[in-house]
Design a binder for this molecule. Structure first.
Ligand code: XUL
Length: 577
């Protein structure tokens, strides 16, 4: 079983021994747990800077999800092992009593209805020293980020040390802000988990270590040693003396990527009939877990089109840069995950889709149909003729990370070799028919930005193969634009028979790998990649399908010319922000 605690949903995927997906389900926070009044799974303050999620909502979602799977008739006692994933960077603050409370939950009641907190009347809330988890979309820690970078000698050095420069959403700066804002709550904190290790801890009934790959999203891990960096621990803790205490709160980083953490706790075996022998394997970040959904080779990439847009590659090369993220590979020593992460993914696509649907009372069964038609009918780069100016747009409902740009919409006309003409907020219909021209301009700018940043990783014709995952991957027009811009000899591919998302499937694959290693007698550990490839090759089921062509002579080069325009528009937008 693979679980994925993502921004908007808690998802589950179950695979059989041949790694066929046999069951999927999910709980949608906004829709299924309305009483928490989240929007897109989170709460945002007025200026959209502080973004958090209520931790109890996730506990309620876990019970609801398992109940749904059980009620569907799926026999949970057949689950041999569980792994999982959580959106990266988010932190959960446990109280000193947490393990005691988690272990003693009454299986006749939901987690949120427990009244077991010894000496307090807070029920399960007694396990938390803070009720909210700072979300990866949060943008409120500029001071803390400055502090981090100054402490080590600048963004380049922090990127070299930890794999990333300082980012608002990264857990270290968030923990520093938490300590400074709520010193009492910080004192009351017995343990700090990431979203991934939080979920693993609930299932275990005791604290799970932070996974080696997911620790890379904290600005706290020395990527060379895989351990916490002393200087950065000290910056976060305030001084040398408190550094030990922070280390204690974080625990050690899980170094063995294949060892089981233990078995599922009795609350779940009693309540949902999980076998008492069901093993829990390390939970990692959603991006590292997505990489485990397929056998990703050198020169191949995954473009994940979810709430965020991420570009992922598995590589043995470590070439840090302030605009990249490097993290350890979740299963395979010696490999790294290379990542670009954009905050504005599906939210931007949905806003434009809604604006397009607005003028007509939209009764279409598929709310994406008008948006998709526009993607296919608008000419490439919005150019009615090859000589008309290129239409470029940046759409950031939330402040963007790559590069750091304030929220807003930025449109411009561009003729290669000339400066840009930036258009006003409401452009002249003759020049730019908004929002209709926005659909294609949005997708093009998202993929062009990836092409600009990933350039050192690309061959002359792009990547060898691109896999599309996430909600946006279902869309054929998006796949074609992706192939046109990012190229590739083998084109654009999609995982077959996966409804809910590649991330939960990747986590399920990891659980299956862990369970398989435990049953093997060989002293040589089979690598995850070998395991996955062996399983895929042994079955006749088609696992991936080609959904679009890649490199096309002429088109690749025209998009190449547009890149300079995007860079100019980004510069202008950066100055405005
Ligand atoms: C990665 C990032 C997001 C979250 C949520 O750095 O912030 O991709 O992991 O998906």
């Amino acid at each position: 079983m693979g679980l994925d605690l993502s921004t908007q949903q808690l998802k589950v995927a179950i695979v059989d021994q041949d790694l066929n997906v046999v069951h999927e389900d999910h709980v949608d926070f906004d829709r299924d747990l309305e009483r928490y009044a989240t929007k897109g799974g989170v709460h945002a303050d007025q200026d959209g800077k502080v973004i958090t999620a209520p931790v109890v909502m996730w506990l309620e979602a876990l019970d609801l999800l398992f109940k749904r799977v059980k009620d569907s008739g799926f026999d949970l006692s057949s689950v041999a092992a569980i792994s999982g994933a959580g959106m990266q960077h988010g932190t959960v603050y446990w109280s000193h009593a947490a393990e005691d409370i988690l272990k003693n939950c009454d299986p006749t009641k939901d987690l949120v209805d427990q009244d077991i907190a010894k000496g307090t009347s807070h029920g399960i809330l007694g396990a938390l020293s803070h009720r909210r988890s700072p979300n990866w979309q949060d943008g409120s820690t500029q001071n803390e980020c400055d502090h981090y970078e100054q402490a080590v000698g600048g963004p380049e050095e922090l990127a070299r040390l930890t794999g990333s420069k300082a980012h608002h959403r990264f857990s270290g700066p968030q923990i520093l802000k938490f300590r400074k804002t709520w010193p009492e709550k910080y004192k009351d904190t017995g343990r700090i988990s990431l979203v991934s290790s939080f979920l693993a801890s609930v299932l275990l009934g005791s604290f799970a270590s932070i996974d080696r790959a997911d620790a890379g999203g904290m600005n706290l891990q020395d990527i060379q040693t895989g351990k916490w960096n002393d200087t950065l621990l000290e910056v976060t803790a305030g001084d040398l003396k408190d550094k030990q205490d922070l280390h204690h709160k974080l625990g050690d980083i899980q170094t063995d990527t294949s060892a089981s953490l233990g078995t599922i706790q009795s609350y779940f075996s009693h309540r949902y009939c999980f076998a008492e022998t069901c093993k829990i394997f390390p939970f990692t970040g959603d991006n590292p877990a997505t990489m485990l959904s397929l056998p990703l080779k050198e020169n191949e990439a995954i473009v994940s089109l979810g709430t965020s847009t991420t570009f992922l590659m598995s590589t043995s090369q470590y070439n840090p840069d302030p605009s990249y993220h490097y993290m350890h590979h979740p299963t395979t020593p010696g490999l790294y995950m290379f990542m670009l992460c954009y905050k504005n993914g599906s939210l931007a696509r949905e806003e434009i889709r809604n604006a397009i649907n607005e003028p007509v009372a939209n009764n279409a069964v598929d709310i994406w149909s008008a948006f998709d038609t526009l993607l296919s009918t608008t000419p490439m780069l919005g150019q009615a003729t090859p000589n008309s100016p290129i239409k470029l747009g940046l759409y950031f409902p939330r402040p963007e990370i790559v590069p750091r740009i304030a929220a807003g919409t930025y449109r411009a006309l561009y003729t290669p070799g000339s400066p840009l003409t930036v258009l006003p907020g409401k452009p002249d219909m003759e020049l730019w028919d908004a929002p209709n021209h926005d659909a294609r301009a949005l997708l093009e700018s998202q993929f062009l930005s990836i092409r600009i940043r990933a350039a050192p990783m690309l061959t002359k014709r792009g990547l060898n193969r691109i896999y599309l995952t996430g909600g946006g991957a279902k869309n054929g027009a998006i796949a074609r634009i992706c192939g046109d811009i990012l190229g590739g000899e083998e084109g654009v591919w999609r995982l077959e028979n996966v409804k809910g998302g590649a991330c939960a499937v990747g986590a399920a694959n990891r659980a299956a790998w862990g369970a398989s290693l435990e049953s093997q007698t060989s002293v040589n550990t089979e690598s995850f990649e070998h395991f996955l490839t062996r399983k895929w090759e042994a079955s006749n089921v088609s696992r991936v399908t080609k959904v679009a062509d890649g490199y096309k002579a002429g088109i690749w080069e025209r998009y190449g010319e547009a890149m300079a325009g995007i860079l100019q528009l980004e510069k202008i937008a950066e100055q405005k922000g």
